[in-house]
Ligand binder design. Structure first.
Ligand code: CAA
Ligand code: NDP
Length: 291
């Protein structure tokens, strides 16, 4: 199936990154969000990220101008009508995602593929809230989307072969690498990564180490590019907590219980980089540990 126009729903860190990837790869992009403020900063954030790519010699000024011109922002679902593919990248909340699918369905063409960038939620269950379970999939980009080469592909029980093959080929055309996961809670990446991050938060909570010691230990001791607490702030503590709830509820194993400190930070609104405060305070020149 031919994909020319891509709709991205949710102009948060992932939606912005995914819109960037598709515009740079030559696709027309419709970026939609309910928050006008998110849309107005979205293009500026893509502009800055493309400048970084120019700095790295991965793009030139002309290519950036053409790519940016391919991105149209929209506050309502009607603008998604011409899209061949929709990628939902809104908050990691099943009710929010189901409402989005119900609201966009009337505007989509029959052939349009509908996907979610969800980190963890059942694809089969999300598909059941749509008018096209055969053309629904988990299409899971990693953060930051312009940099990370992996895209996790997750079929729901009803996903047809043509949908899977179209999206697998699209990932390769984007210059990224597909990995196929079965539709179990948090799939592959976050089934492994988030318990590690949750364990790092328990390590802090129990006083085994400070924020700095824990992140230094994993960066220098296990060659991680970011420490687990820095990474949690990068992902978003609300998203981390949502994924741990999906694992805990879906697998019914206490080893996935979210650390009480993670719960408290989210309750305080300390959601990490996007809220300028999490395990680090981002309001100054350099991030400062908050514990
Ligand atoms: C939660 C889920 O559902 C699944 C997930 O995504 S789990 C999270 C997966 N992601 C990770 O594990 C990220 C781990 N961290 C890293 O790989 C690296 O720290 C990083 C690529 C994010 C940054 O790389 P770095 O070399 O350590 O730092 P930095 O020099 O700032 O960035 C390297 C390049 O990436 C770019 N970059 C960094 N953050 C970026 C962002 N948010 N968006 C776009 N580009 C970004 C920078 O522009 C930089 O390019 P320049 O050198 O030209 O500035
Ligand atoms: N963060 C990460 O590292 C990764 C996240 N993901 C997944 O990607 C998705 C998005 O995550 P992320 O970008 O971090 O989340 P963010 O919180 O950064 O962004 C979510 C965006 O969705 C918007 N939104 C909320 N409700 C709606 C709606 N009904 N219609 C349109 N937009 C809406 C939010 O607006 P507002 O702020 O106004 O509510 C916000 O702009 C989640 O499913 C997450 O699990 C996948 C890979 C990595």
């Amino acid at each position: 199936m031919e994909i020319n126009t891509v709709g991205v729903i949710g102009a948060g860190q992932m939606g912005v990154g995914i819109a960037h990837v598709f515009a740079a790869a030559g696709y027309d992009v419709r970026l939609m969000d309910v928050a006008p403020a998110a849309l107005s900063t979205a293009v500026a954030r893509i502009d800055a990220a493309m400048d970084r790519q120019i700095g790295r010699g991965q793009m030139d000024a002309a290519g950036k101008a053409v790519a940016l011109a391919r991105i149209a922002t929209a506050g309502d679902a009607e603008a998604l009508g011409p899209c061949d593919l929709i990628i939902e990248a809104a908050t990691e909340d099943e009710a929010v995602k189901r409402r989005i699918f119900e609201s966009v369905a009337p505007f989509l063409a029959p052939h349009t593929l509908l996907t979610s960038n969800t980190s963890s939620i059942s694809i089969t269950r999300l598909a059941s809230a749509t008018d096209r379970p055969e053309r629904f999939m988990g299409f899971h980009f990693m953060n930051p989307a312009p940099i990370m080469p992996l895209v996790e592909l997750i079929r729901g029980i009803a996903t047809d072969e043509a949908t899977f093959e179209t999206l697998r080929a699209l990932v390769v055309r984007l210059g990224k690498t597909p990995a196929s996961a079965e539709d179990f809670p948090a799939f592959i990446v976050n089934r492994i990564l988030l318990p590690m991050i949750n364990e790092a938060i328990y390590t802090l909570y129990e006083g085994v180490g400070t924020v700095e010691a824990i992140d230094t230990a994993l960066r220098l001791g296990a060659n991680h590019p970011m420490g687990p607490l820095q990474l949690a702030d990068f992902i978003g503590l609300d998203t981390c907590l949502a994924i741990m709830h999906v694992l805990h509820d879906g697998l019914a194993d206490t080893k996935y219980r979210p650390c009480p400190l993670l719960v408290k930070y989210v309750e305080a609104g300390w959601l990490g980089r996007k809220a300028k405060r999490g395990f680090y305070d981002y309001r100054g020149e350099t991030p400062v540990p908050t514990r």
